[in-house]
Write a protein that binds this ligand. Sequence first.
Ligand SMILES: [Zn+2]
Length: 159
Amino acid sequence: MQHTHLKHQFVTQIPEQLQAGVLYISMEYATAIHLCCCGCGEEVVTPLTPHDWNMKFDGETVTLSPSIGNWSFACRSHYFIRRGRIIKAGSWTNEEVEANRRIDRVAKADYYSNLEQTPVVNPTQEIPHPESQEKTSFLRLWLDSTRAFWRNLRRTSKH
Ligand SMILES: [Zn+2]
């Protein structure tokens, strides 16, 4: 591992020329990018989403989780970014990589289909709400008292 630490840099636009040893973070695009820490020079793009990477900024250092597995690069490096430090992780077999990708796909599909299924209010399935019951009884009370008022009024007008 050529780099043991990553400095973080918050940017709005990802610079054209990336510097090795720097983790560029764009909050606007919810993406972090850095050059592979093994020194191969490949760009590692880590989108920040509930199902990709999560970033933790403690005010001084940045932690990315889960680990960075550069399986599509020739180096196949695998490491953690913990509080700005690079921690080398064990290499995965192709089977492990594929199994993880499958889990990932299912989790993502599940997440995005849940987002599309926004709860629809079905009027036929209206469950009596304690508040609406309260309103009904209040309304009934009001109606009763109004009826009583008119009854009394009629009675008094007869006199
Ligand atoms: Zn590499």
